[in-house]
Design a protein around this ligand. Structure first.
Ligand code: PRP
Length: 215
C-alpha cells in the first residue's frame, strides 16, 4: 500500500533572512515559486508537496522547531544565543552575517565612575552573559527596537545590538566599543524529527551543506 508521507516542514525567519533562505532552497532544487510570490500567505508548498515552508518571527522559529511543529528552522545565531531552547544546530549557512557589539556615543567610558552602567538591548541574555564573563555588573534595560536611541535619549549608557553594515550606528552618531561575537544564519532541526525523518532530513542537510560550501 502506498503511504502518503507528510511533508517536511521548514520554518523560515520572516524579513531579512527570507531572501537568502529562498536562494539556498532553490539552489538545492526545491521549487520556491509559491514562496516568492507570497502576498500575505504564511504557508507554502513546493511543487511536489514534499516540503512545506512557513514564515514566522525569528524567536518563533525556535518555538516551532523545539515543539516539533516544524522539522527544520532557518534562524540567526543571535536568536539561538538569546533563547534557551532544545534543537540541533546543523549548518552555518554563511549568510545574514553580522555581529553583536557594544556601542554608544563617542564620549562613553565603560570603566569610568562607580555607578552601575545601564545597557539597553533587545538581547538581555546575550548581554548578561557577555558582561558576566567580563565580571562587569551592569543593569540591563530590555527594549524592543530602535535600540540606538537609548544612549541618545539618556535611557542607557550603552547598547548591545546587532551591527551589520554599521549604517544605523553611524547615522545616529554612535560608535562600536567592543565586538561581542559574529553572527550568521543557521539551520536547526527538531530532535525527534532528526530520528524519525532521518532520510529526507539528512538529504536536505547534506545538500544545503554542499551548496553553502561551494558558493
Ligand atoms: C537591526 C539592529 C540595528 C540594525 C543594524 O535592527 O538592531 O538597528 O539592524 O544594521 P546596520 O548595521 O546595517 O545599520 P532592525 O532593522 O532589525 O530593526 P529594529 O530597529 O526593530 O531593531
Amino acid at each position: 500500500m502506498e503511504t502518503m508521507e507528510k511533508p517536511i516542514r521548514i520554518a523560515l525567519t520572516k524579513g531579512r533572512l527570507e531572501k537568502a533562505a529562498v536562494e539556498i532552497f532553490e539552489g538545492i532544487g526545491i521549487d520556491c515559486t509559491e514562496l516568492k510570490d507570497k502576498g500575505r500567505k504564511l504557508i507554502f508548498k513546493d511543487g511536489e508537496g514534499k516540503i512545506e515552508f512557513v514564515l514566522v518571527k525569528a524567536a518563533d522559529v525556535l518555538t516551532y522547531v523545539e515543539h516539533g511543529a516544524a522539522d527544520i528552522g532557518i534562524v540567526g545565531k543571535d536568536t539561538l544565543m538569546e533563547e534557551n531552547k532544545e534543537f540541533y544546530e546543523v549548518v552555518d549557512l554563511q549568510v545574514g552575517k553580522c555581529k553583536f557589539a557594544v556601542a554608544s556615543l563617542p564620549t562613553f567610558k565603560m570603566n569610568e565612575g562607580y555607578r552601575r552602567k545601564k545597557i539597553a538591548t533587545k538581547y538581555p541574555n546575550v548581554t548578561r552573559n557577555y558582561f558576566g564573563k567580563l565580571g562587569h555588573d551592569v543593569e540591563i534595560i530590555k527594549i524592543e527596537g530602535s535600540v540606538e536611541l537609548a544612549p541618545i535619549l539618556g535611557l542607557a549608557d550603552a547598547i548591545v545590538d546587532i551591527v551589520e553594515t554599521g549604517t544605523t550606528l553611524k547615522e545616529n552618531g554612535l560608535i562600536v566599543f567592543e565586538d561581542v561575537c559574529s553572527i550568521s544564519a543557521r539551520m536547526i532541526v527538531n530532535k525527534a524529527s532528526m530520528k524519525m525523518k532521518r532520510e529526507p532530513i539528512g538529504e536536505i542537510i547534506k545538500k544545503v551543506q554542499e551548496y553553502v560550501e561551494n558558493k
